[in-house]
Design a protein. Structure first.
Lengths: 332, 344
């Protein structure tokens, strides 16, 4: 190889042979660099254009309502009075509920599939889970309407009201009337929708943890569970958190399934059994028939608010990931 | 190489078939339209039948909602629009060219309910419907409901109110009626609107969403389009009209509502016919409109639209009842036919 290199250096002019080949290679590198750079820049451009469009088109609403848009609790198209508070509340509550239900379920399934289940069982199940992740959301909405809503109305709702509902403080979250549709139902349907993301990504991440880590833990006398919980999971936590935030992003932006089961009422209610509404579902519901300029502008500002919420939560996620990485892996 | 040859061959064949056809008919005219979803089934039927008779005219209709139809017409991205809601003066002022309203068919909205132990048709007074949707009447055995239904054993249960979650022409007709019959409604909730700040209740998406919620939820009441109720055999109640009679909605009663008001209809056809006078009138009914620009530059398009409107008002109306839409009354058809000449 070194002999070849010296001959190349002395060969003039470089019309053919290994030198030209290397030259072509370098050209190829440059082209690849340019293409990938263009695509990466395009994503940045699309995002900026999106924000720009939302910002420009919400001008009327932003100047008319100012910051009060965030905490006004009325959404009245008939009197041109708009506030985002009920929808911000609904979006956050349903997404948090979805994560509270989906994260333990998803993480436990991922740990089982990657650490405990035989490989062929694990592969089969994760294939099925990947299928679940690609089911259209309207199907989950129908599932919600025909199964979750009746169950909530006849069984779980009354059960929650008569048990947890009697407790101090927490009880306020589970008060009647119970219609079957509401925040909790939306949260449950969202949890079912996002759990495949958490399982699928977390399992992949857990499988990439080096074998040596597990062996070292066991060599130190750790049981299988101790090695899993104290070594493997902390090692993979950045990826696991990534899966959780992917799930959160889907929950925040979900439209169809939520609008079918949340009850669509623009009110803030402490009870999780009460109907509410989210930002995404309001935009989808009202955009087509929004005739007034201020009305349309307010809907676009809702989109801007959703973008802001997603932005802030993603920022927090980054900070959280960086903070836990600084702490380093816990000793097994 | 083989593939390329095949492509060239296919192109030549397709050109050979299409070119003479287009030439023989002096070119095809494409009209783009967008708007209301409620009349979409009859519009697509009309456009299809009309296209078969006039192969050189193709009308593409996007049912994106009345608000979207008005906006697209304002922006000039469609040749004509369609709306379940008459365009307001404020919106008309924003149009560069004058826009004409042409009523096409009639629709009606009916109350549907699910009360344990009540199987017959309930009578709803105007006050009862307004009270229920305002949240001032909360129990099924409220005297306002009970007095119109002697002999019916109404339960002492809370009424669950269901409305549309999305902005819709159906909600517009419903609230137009409530605003006309109840001052409380007008002051608290406001004029007729496609999207409303509902004082009470749950939202269901579309006619099917409202029907689903009403069927599932005990003691619920909702409102749906008459055609949806008829096509799906959903029972619905009678509503008290301006003459004090309880009328069950059917196509004849809806046409009667429009006929009763025919002489009061203004020249621009922007009219609400809810709560019209007359003993046989069903009170929660409305026209739906095509929105046509008064000036159309392209002569071929202008003639095509005018011809289509003439056909729609005559032969086209025969397709209405098959799809459960009420026909336009004769008096309205006569006036509309005259109005076609305003398109220039």
């Amino acid at each position: 190889m070194s002999a070849a290199a010296t001959t190349i250096a002395h060969e003039v002019p470089p019309q053919a042979g290994p030198r030209a080949f290397l030259h072509r290679l370098r050209r190829g590198d440059e082209i690849a660099h340019l293409i990938t750079l263009t695509f990466a820049a395009a994503i940045l451009l699309i995002t900026s254009l999106l924000v720009y469009e939302l910002w420009i088109n919400s001008h009327l609403s932003r100047t008319h309502f100012g910051w009060a848009f965030f905490w006004t609790k009325v959404w009245d198209p008939n009197f041109d009075n708009f506030g985002a508070a009920p929808f911000i509340y609904g979006t956050l509550v349903t997404s948090v509920l979805a994560l509270l239900l989906a994260v333990p379920l998803g993480l436990a399934s991922a740990i089982f599939l990657s650490e405990l289940a035989p490989r062929n069982v694990s592969d089969t199940i994760s294939f099925l889970i990947d299928l679940l992740a690609s089911v259209p959301s309207v199907i989950y909405g129908l599932l919600g309407i025909f199964i979750v809503v009746p169950l909530m109305r006849t069984t779980f709702g009354p059960l929650l009201i008569h048990t947890v509902g009697n407790l101090p403080y927490v009880g306020a979250l589970f008060r009647g009337p119970n219609y079957g549709v509401g925040f909790l139902t939306a949260g449950i349907v969202l949890a079912i929708m996002v759990v495949p993301f958490i399982i699928s990504v977390s399992r992949e991440v857990l499988l990439t943890v080096p074998r040596e880590q597990r062996e070292a833990a066991m060599a130190l006398g750790a049981t299988r569970w101790e090695s899993t919980w104290q070594v493997v999971v902390p090692w993979a936590r950045t990826g696991i958190m990534g899966s959780v935030f992917l799930a959160l992003a889907r929950a925040l932006g979900e439209t169809m399934a939520v609008t079918m089961v949340i009850g669509n009422a623009a009110v803030i209610n402490t009870s999780l059994l009460a109907p509410g509404d989210t930002i995404a579902s309001t935009i989808a519901n009202q955009f087509t028939e929004a005739t007034g300029d201020l009305y349309l502008s307010a809907l676009i500002e809702l989109g801007l608010v959703l973008f802001l919420i997603t932005f802030i939560l993603n920022g927090l996620a980054r900070i959280l990931i960086v903070a836990t990485e600084r702490g380093g892996g816990r000793p097994a | 190489m083989k593939k390329a040859l095949l492509v060239v061959w296919l192109m030549m064949v397709s050109m050979a078939f299409t070119a003479p056809r287009a030439a023989a008919q002096g070119g095809t005219i494409n009209l783009n339209a967008a708007g209301a979803t409620f009349p979409y089934p009859i519009y697509s039927k009309w456009f299809d039948v009309y296209h078969t008779a006039h192969p050189n005219l193709q009308i593409n209709y996007q049912s994106i909602g009345s608000g979207g139809g008005i906006r697209q017409l304002q922006a000039g991205t469609v040749d004509f629009g369609a709306s379940d809601v008459p365009v307001t003066d404020e919106q008309l002022a924003q149009f560069k060219v004058k826009v004409l309203h042409f009523p096409t068919v009639l629709g009606a909205v009916v109350p549907t309910y699910n009360i344990a132990g009540v199987s017959g048709e309930l009578n709803f007074t105007q006050k009862a419907l307004a009270g229920i949707y305002l949240g001032t009447i909360t129990k099924w055995n409220d005297s306002e409901i009970a007095k119109a239904n002697p002999g019916v054993n109404l339960p002492n249960t809370d009424i669950v109110v269901i409305h549309r979650s999305e902005g819709s022409g159906t909600s517009f007709i419903w609230t137009d009626f409530l605003a006309k019959v109840s001052d409380d409604w007008k002051n608290k909730v406001g004029k007729a609107a496609a999207s409303v700040n509902w004082p009470v209740g749950l939202g269901g998406k579309g006619n099917e969403g409202v029907t689903g919620l009403v069927k599932q939820t005990p003691n619920a009441i909702g409102y749906i389009e008459l055609i949806y109720a008829v096509q799906n055999n959903i029972p619905y109640g009678k509503v008290q009209n301006a003459a004090g009679k309880f009328v069950k909605a059917d196509l004849a009663g809806v046409t009667a509502a429009a006929a009763a008001d025919a002489k009061n209809i203004p020249d621009d056809f922007r009219v609400s016919i809810t709560n019209a006078a007359g003993p046989t009138v069903y009170p929660i009914a409305s026209f739906t409109w095509l929105l046509i620009p008064a000036q159309i530059q392209d002569a071929a398009k202008r003639d095509a639209i005018k011809d289509f409107l003439k056909w729609m008002l005559t032969d086209g109306q025969n397709y209405n009842e098959g799809l459960s839409y009420a026909q336009l009354p004769k008096a309205v058809v006569a006036r509309e036919t005259k109005a076609i000449s305003l398109i220039q």
